[in-house]
Design a protein around this ligand. Structure first.
Ligand SMILES: Cc1cc2nc3c(=O)[nH]c(=O)nc-3n(C[C@H](O)[C@H](O)[C@H](O)COP(=O)(O)OP(=O)(O)OC[C@H]3O[C@@H](n4cnc5c(N)ncnc54)[C@H](O)[C@@H]3O)c2cc1C
Length: 312
């Protein structure tokens, strides 16, 4: 039976839930304070990688389902493509030992030590989806509009009140849940990046520990980054941008002298664990707190949201 569903939030979490629910024939109403391109989901790099999932084993299924979702939809129209990714590790920084558990089976190759990027001791090679947010988020919106979903700009301050107007409410408000659900376990983790003219390198480079990453998008090469816990100001700082560029140029000399075309900062909605559950005694399903892996988890989480909605 078709349900009247409100989704709070128009980032990747809300949009992925809305799309999968609309495809099941439900009536979708997306209500959000902000829309693309003015939200965190437009600040992501955004490649698929199990980043800081904190050994939450539920994440294995969410990661793999999202990987398959993106891989099956690679095209210019969606803005998704498969890219080579090199993950590099310095012996003295250690590694998040769990990330390999979250990768698709047989997808990772350990490189020979001499093949590791400059300054690194160990490197792995894999291929992952790169989601160009500036193309993909409008693409999802178009799919939803074709399915007669509605979009309304509004800040929700009382989730219980809106619950009365809909059969189901899906809460994908990310950091907004700090006040909406009084959830102080949710904190912002700021990430700053530099944008260089596009064209080099041809693959994604990742060093989670420092953290440093280089992502070749069509419109820019994104060079990151920082991981600043509990920083609420969504702005870049000159010193950090200089450090980010210097670190990247020390690994890829070919980046030196490439034109800087911009920068941005975004606030990752970090929570010790993702909140994905139906709230007892209500018709509210929560899906928030994806930290630095919102794209990596989105469609797997959305599939679980669909299951929870169908049980209501
Ligand atoms: C620099 C950087 C790089 C990143 N790189 C990657 C990457 O490579 N891969 C990856 O998987 N992830 C990456 N991330 C993480 C990713 O961006 C986030 O996990 C993801 O965007 C979270 O999506 P979301 O939809 O949950 O939240 P958001 O995008 O923040 O969306 C929340 C939505 O809720 C709305 N909202 C909030 N409060 C209210 C309210 N009270 N009422 C109504 N609406 C409300 C907002 O306006 C917004 O539309 C990166 C993040 C940063 C900052």
């Amino acid at each position: 039976m078709s349900k009247k569903i409100a989704v709070i939030g128009a980032g990747i979490s809300g949009m992925s839930c809305a799309l999968l629910l609309a495809e099941k024939g439900h009536q979708l109403h997306i209500i959000s304070k902000g829309f693309s391109p003015n939200i965190t989901s437009n600040r992501a790099a955004a490649f698929w990688f199990p980043y800081h999932i904190r050994n939450d084993k539920r994440g294995i299924d969410w990661c793999i389902k999202s990987f398959e979702y993106y891989k099956a939809r690679c095209s210019d129209e969606t803005g998704i493509s498969m890219k080579k990714l090199v993950k590099a590790i310095k012996n003295n920084t250690g590694d998040e030992d769990t990330w390999l558990d979250f990768m698709p089976e047989n997808s990772v190759k350990l490189l020979k030590n001499e093949q590791a990027p400059k300054g690194y001791d160990i490197a792995y090679e894999t291929h992952v989806p790169l989601i160009e947010t500036q193309i993909f988020l409008p693409w999802i919106r178009k799919q939803l509009e074709e399915k007669h979903a509605t979009f309304k700009q509004e800040e929700i301050t009382d989730i219980e009140a809106i619950n009365k107007e809909y059969d189901v409410v899906i809460n994908c408000s990310a950091l907004g849940s700090r006040s909406l659900c009084n959830d102080t376990s949710l904190i912002p983790v700021r990430g700053q990046v530099v944008l260089l003219e596009p064209g080099y390198p041809d693959h994604i480079f990742l060093d989670n520990q420092t953290p440093a990453y280089i992502v070749p998008r069509k419109d820019a090469t994104i060079v990151g980054g920082t991981y600043e816990e509990n920083v609420f100001e969504e702005r870049t700082e000159e010193e950090s941008l200089k450090d980010i560029l210097a670190k990247a140029c020390s690994v890829f000399e070919g980046l030196e002298g490439r034109k800087v075309i911009g920068n941005w900062a975004g606030l990752r909605p970090f929570r010790p664990q993702v909140r994905l559950e139906k709230e007892e005694g209500t018709n509210i399903v929560h899906d928030y707190g994806h930290g630095g892996s919102g794209y990596t988890l989105a469609f797997g989480c959305a599939e679980e949201v669909v299951k929870l909605v169908e049980e209501i």
